[in-house]
Design a protein around this ligand. Structure first.
Ligand code: ASP
Ligand code: MG
Length: 413
C-alpha cells in the first residue's frame, strides 16, 4: 500500500463523462489499497476562457491580483465535481482549494512559487480513509491573497504535494501516454520511453517537449519525487522520470531524445568593436526589456571588430530588432541582421557524458540530409543547432534515425 499523488489535466476532466471516468479509475486504485491525493486542472479550455473574459474588461493588462482570483475558479469547479463523483461511488472524499490546504506561495501573481505546504489537514483526511482532492495551479500568499503558479501549474502543485507528503510516486495523467523520443507528429516512429532521468526531462522540456511543465520537473528532481507521465485514456505504464540510481545510462542510449523549438529568431549585430563590455552593452538593455536570450555566439574578432549573434523567442523578434536598430550608432555596429524563420533542434542524453563522438554523428546525419547549421551550442547532456525552419522535419527524422531511436515495430510500415 502506497501513497500516490495523481494529477489529471484539463482534457482528463474536460466533461462530466470524463470526470466520472476519472472517478472510476480512482475507485480501482483505491481497491488496490493505495492512499490517494488527487490534483486536478480546470476543465479544458476553461482557463483560456477566463483569460479572455479578463482581457475583454481590462485589455492586455488585467490586474494581477484579480486575475488570479478569477483564474483559480476553474480548478475549484473540477475539485468539487470530482469529489461528488467519488462520493456517489461510495468513496469517502473531500475537496480543497490550494489555500485551504495551505499551499503557501510568494506573492508573484500568475507565476507564484510554492514556499511551504502544511500537510496536516491532508494527512488527517488520509488517516480517515478519505481521498483528498486538491485544486491545482493555486495557492495563497502571506497576505492571504490567492495566487496562481503559471500556465500548466497544476503539474507543479502535484509534485509539490507529493514531495511534502513523501508520496511513493507522483503520477501525471494527460492526453499522451508518456514521454516520446521525439514528437510523434513529426516522426511517426517515435517511441515511448520507459524511463528518463530528471536531467534529460528538464532539457527535453526546456527545449520544446511540452509534456510537463518545466518547473514541475525541476521540483521533482530537487526533492527526488519519482514522476510518472501516463495517459488518462489508454492503460499503460507511461514514462517514469527518476534518478539514474543504478548508475547505468538508462536504456543504454547515447541519446535519449530529440527536442525542437519552432518559435525562434536569430539576430546578429555585425561589426561591433571587439572590446570589454560589448556583450553587456548589447544584452544588458535587452534583459531590461524582459526578453529572454537563448543561444549566444560571438565570433573571433578580426581588425578589432566582431559579430555577435543570439537567439530570442520569435514573439520578441520585432521588438528587439527595432530596439537594436535605434541603438546601432551608440553600439558602433555596422549593421543589424535578423532571421525569424529559424528553429532550434537538439539532441539530449546523459549518455553523452561518457561517449565521445556524439556531435560528429549528429553533424554527419544533418549534412547527409542537406541541413545547414547556422549556430551550434553544447552542454554536458545536449547539443543544439539552429537551422532554417523549412528543414525542421527533415532534421528531426535524420537524427532520430542516426541515433536509432525508432520503434522497430513501426519500421518498414
Ligand atoms: N488550468 C491551468 C492552465 O490551463 C493550470 C493547468 O492546467 O495546469 O494553465
Ligand atoms: Mg496542463
Amino acid at each position: 500500500m502506497a501513497l500516490l499523488v495523481k494529477k489529471f489535466g484539463g482534457t482528463s476532466v474536460g466533461t462530466t463523462e470524463r470526470i466520472k471516468a476519472v472517478a472510476d479509475q480512482l475507485v480501482a486504485a483505491r481497491q488496490e489499497g493505495h492512499d490517494l491525493v488527487v490534483v486536478v486542472s480546470a476543465m479544458s479550455g476553461e482557463t483560456n476562457r477566463l483569460v479572455a473574459l479578463a482581457d475583454d474588461i481590462m485589455p492586455d493588462a488585467a490586474d494581477p491580483r484579480e486575475l488570479d482570483v478569477l483564474l483559480s475558479t476553474g480548478e475549484q469547479v473540477t475539485i468539487a465535481l470530482l469529489t461528488m463523483a467519488l462520493l456517489s461511488r461510495g468513496v469517502p472524499a473531500k475537496s480543497y482549494t490550494g489555500g485551504q490546504v495551505r499551499i503557501l506561495t510568494d506573492s508573484s501573481h500568475s507565476k507564484a512559487r510554492i514556499v511551504e505546504i502544511d500537510q496536516q489537514k491532508i494527512q488527517n483526511d488520509l488517516s480517515k480513509g478519505r481521498v483528498v482532492v486538491v485544486a491545482g495551479f493555486q495557492g495563497l500568499d502571506a497576505e492571504g491573497d490567492i495566487t496562481t503558479l503559471g500556465r500548466g501549474g497544476s503539474d507543479t502543485s502535484a509534485v509539490a504535494l507529493a514531495a511534502a507528503l513523501q508520496a511513493q510516486e507522483c503520477q501525471i495523467y494527460t492526453d499522451v501516454d508518456g514521454v516520446y523520443t521525439t514528437d510523434p507528429r513529426v516522426e511517426p516512429r517515435a517511441r515511448r520511453m520507459e524511463k528518463i532521468t530528471f536531467e534529460e526531462m528538464l532539457e527535453m522540456a526546456s527545449l520544446g517537449s511540452k509534456v510537463l511543465q518545466i518547473r514541475a520537473v525541476e521540483f521533482a528532481g530537487k526533492y527526488s519525487v519519482p514522476l510518472r507521465v501516463l495517459s488518462s485514456f489508454k492503460p499503460g505504464n507511461g514514462t517514469l522520470i527518476t534518478y539514474d540510481d543504478e548508475g547505468t545510462e538508462m536504456e543504454q542510449a547515447l541519446v535519449s531524445g530529440i527536442a525542437f523549438h519552432r518559435d525562434e529568431a536569430q539576430i546578429t549585430v555585425c561589426g561591433i568593436p571587439d572590446q570589454p563590455g560589448t556583450a553587456f552593452s548589447i544584452l544588458g538593455p535587452i534583459a531590461d526589456l524582459n526578453v529572454e536570450v537563448d543561444m549566444i555566439v560571438q565570433n573571433v574578432g578580426a581588425d578589432d571588430l566582431t559579430d555577435f549573434t543570439f537567439t530570442v523567442n520569435r514573439a520578441d523578434y520585432a521588438k528587439v530588432m527595432s530596439f537594436l536598430e535605434e541603438r546601432k550608432d551608440e553600439l558602433g555596429a555596422a549593421s543589424i541582421i535578423g532571421n525569424n524563420r529559424i528553429n532550434k533542434l537538439s539532441i539530449v542524453g546523459v549518455g553523452m557524458r561518457s561517449h565521445a563522438g556524439i556531435a560528429s554523428i549528429m553533424f554527419h546525419a544533418l549534412s547527409e540530409a542537406g541541413v545547414n547549421l547556422r549556430m551550434i551550442s553544447t552542454s554536458e547532456i545536449k547539443i543544439s543547432v539552429v537551422i532554417d525552419e523549412k528543414y525542421l522535419e527533415l532534421g528531426v527524422r535524420a537524427l532520430h534515425e542516426a541515433f536509432e531511436l525508432g520503434d522497430d515495430e513501426v519500421e518498414g510500415d
